[in-house]
Structures are given as structure tokens and as C-alpha cells.
Design a protein around this ligand. Sequence first.
Ligand code: IMP
Length: 497
Amino acid sequence: MAYIYNDVSRTFSEYLLIPNLTTERCIPDKVDLSTPVVKFKKGEECELKLNVPIASAIMQSVSNDTLAIALARSGGISFIYGSQSIESQVEMVKKVKKYKSGFVISDSNLRVDNSLKDVLELKNRMGHSTVAVTEDGTSTGKLLGIITSRDYRVSRTSLEKKVGDFMTPFSKLIVGNLGISLSEANDIIWENKLNCLPIVDKDQKLHYFVFRKDYDEHKQNPYELLDKNKRLVIGAGINTRDYAERVPALVEGGVDILCIDSSDGFSVWQKNTIEYVKNNFEGMKIGGGNVVDKEGFLYLAEAGADFVKVGIGGGSICITREQKGIGRGQATAIIEVAKARDEYFEKTGIYIPICSDGGTVHDYHIVLALAMGADFVMMGRYFARFDESPTKKVKRGNSYVKEYWGEGSNRARNWQRYDLGESNSLKFEEGVDSYVPYAGKLKDNLDVTLSKVKSTMSSCGSASIPELQKTARITLVSSVSIMEGGAHDVILKENDY
Ligand code: IMP
């Protein structure tokens, strides 16, 4: 007979946290949000920790290089989506690894034989007015000059005029040598009243620009997540089909950690993929998932996963539960997997972090997930709203929105995520194509979210995530008290306008 779970499977909004005693020890400013991402032995330090317990989803509409840079600079981690060619995924990984705070890789580059028309088209497309002129027209070619909007007058200059005839040539440029620090670069900028300083190597090849306007931004990222060589940390999503080609290329590109991206991770193909990585790339970290129960967790733990991702069907764009009837309330899934993780730790002395993936709607859901035992959370909808996500910003009615689509939608066509094994038989969607309200810069929003997280943890009497996991008190709420949670029995003023 089939096994029937009699307990209801629940989600975050059905719970609240009960305050514990707050003291000077755990005021919001003292709350430590660092958290482990990969497994470690009892008594040993975890090799990879996040400074804030947040990851961005492995999705085309979420995790590209620009979002990854912004999130790592704020202390979290992105997993660059795997539903793209190996070359373009590796390219994104490389861009993140090459990123140096304040040192910008030029994305507007031309050759001397391009025309003013090309300059204007590029400016329109990229939104930047500084163009590097290099021998081969790439961002790393030999620097021959630069063009800014001061070098031409559209009304007076022929559109056919060649770049080489009106650029500021290299001989007249002030440049910095590769290897100088940001503060040295800024000194040169200030002393020479420059707007931008190209950084070149001994062969005159361009590496970066340092812009005057970025000066203030550099100092505002105390949480920045860096590897031992002071480069940003980056993850990448992989699948259980082309790993033998994809993983070597990603490792070569400098990726720090991999994660198998699948809607159902309780499969032999995940085991095969984890074993492949562990046998071929010593020290490479890899997470598996998604699972929603003890059995799934233990299977991936035994297979060698460094972390396990939890959640099926809770994502905002997800229709897996409707299409296949598979899933579990996210809170129940986390509670059960966290219990299994703790038992596994007791038995083996190995702590395997778990990640709550999907269905995080309110900021306090992050704290609930952590209190229930998650070590970090992964979010898609949350990040899709920001400037840095890869999707188009469009105007709908009186407001701006950004596009957000599921990996299992016809738009993404990431069938490997859903169709297990070799069958290629999938013929239905498990995700939708949608809009989310545009919300501005990642950092501005994440700063608010993190201050709420810290404030909630402070109310729970916790100065760290491990402490919260041990001492939080969580209560179920009735549907009537959920109504009580919002403003009620008052006439909101905004309705009068
Ligand atoms: P969100 O933060 O609630 O938007 O959920 C994001 C998560 O939904 C991702 O990290 C994936 O685990 C999951 N997901 C992404 N695309 C799809 C899809 O098309 N169908 C079902 N789940 C998806």
C-alpha cells in the first residue's frame, strides 16, 4: 500500500516567530549573517562561507554576470544559469572572476576603421559614452585610443568619419599600469582631472577602465564575498547530461562551486554527476537537489553532495504542482530535511548545509527558513526585479516591470532540468512567463532586506544563524490570525488619493 503522510505539508506564511529575550549582545548591528555553503567536519572550518545567507536562482532571467557581480559584492552568491551554451556560460563566469572593484572591463570597443555611426550605435546599445579603440576591436586588444562624447559633435561631424580620425590617440592619453591599486588609480584621476583612466599592461593591451564616478561606490561593500586571491566568488548551474563537457570548461574558467539544477534531484543521474565531479576535479564543490524529504537528502549526502537544495513546486513561476502533482510545502520540506541533516551530522560528524529554494515571498520568510534549519536561501523572483538582472525592463500602465520566466517555461526550454535520464520525452511546461515589479538597484533592496533579517534575528535573541537555528521558537498560525497580520480595520490613507 502507498505510504500516506498524515501531517499537513505547510508553507512559510503559516508560521510566525516568537521573540526571545533581546540583549546588547544581539542588537541588529551585532548580528552575524555568515553561513556555511559546503560540507565540513565537526570542529573544522567550512571552506566556503557566505557573508549573507542569500543565493540567486539558476535561471536565465536571474543569474548572469552582472547580477552575480552585484550579489557577490553584497556578500551572497549567484549560480550562473546553465541553460545556455557552454561557451557563453564560461564567458559569464570569467567576467565575474575578472571583476575588480572599481576596475571595469570595457564593454564598448571599436577599431580605428569603424565610423562615427558605429560609435553612436554602440553608445545607444550599451548606454556608455566611453569607447575603447583597440587594434582588434576587443576589450583586451592593444589600446590605440579612446572616444568620449567630447571627441565629436554629431551636428558637425560626418557620420562616415573614421574613429581613427577623431579619437584621442594613445600618445595623448594618461594611463595606469596593470597592477596599480584602486587608490593609486584614483590619485591619477584626481591629479589629472580625468573622467576615466585606462589600465594597460606592458604590451599596451587594455585590461580595465577606472571611472571617476565609481569612486564613492568602492567603499560601500563591507560584505564583499572574495576568494583567496581577492576575486569575487561565483557558482554555476550544471545539468546531468552534458557535465563531461561543461564542468571542465567551467573549472577552467575559474568557477568556485557547481550546483546541479533540477526540479527533482532524487535521481541516479545526480549521483553520477556528483561522482564525476568528485573523481575528476579534486576539491571542486558541488551541490545537488532539489529534494523535499529525508530520503532525498540522504541519497545526495551519500553521493557526496557538498550542499543540498530543498524545494519542489514552491517557486513563484512554478506550475510543477499543477502539472505533475509533485511537491511539498516549503516549510515542511525544510523542517524535515534539516532534521535529517542534523541526524546525519550526529552520526557522521559531517555537516551538510541545506538551501531553501523557491517560494520566499516576504523578507521574514528568509529568517523563518533559517530558523527552520536552512543555511541559506535561493531566490529568483526577488532578484529578477533589479537593474542587474538580465531581463528587459518594460512599462506597463503607469509602472515599470521586468520580465521573469521559469526554466521550465517554453521560453527558457530548459528541459534537462525536468526530463530525467535520456528520454527527451518532455512535452509540457512546468513554468510560466511573467512580469515582476521593477525595484531598482540590487544593493539598495538587499540592504533593506538584510536590515529586516537582522532586526528579526535580534528580536529572536540571536546574534548568528547557528544560534537562531538552535534557539528560535516558531508557532503555527490560524488562517484568521494571518488576516490579523496585515493592516486591518482601518481606512488606509492612500485609498483617499
Ligand atoms: P522564486 O524565488 O519563488 O521565484 O523561485 C525560484 C526557484 O523556482 C528557482 O530557484 C527554481 O528552483 C524554481 N524554478 C525555476 N524555474 C522554474 C520553472 O519553470 N518551474 C518550476 N520551478 C522553477
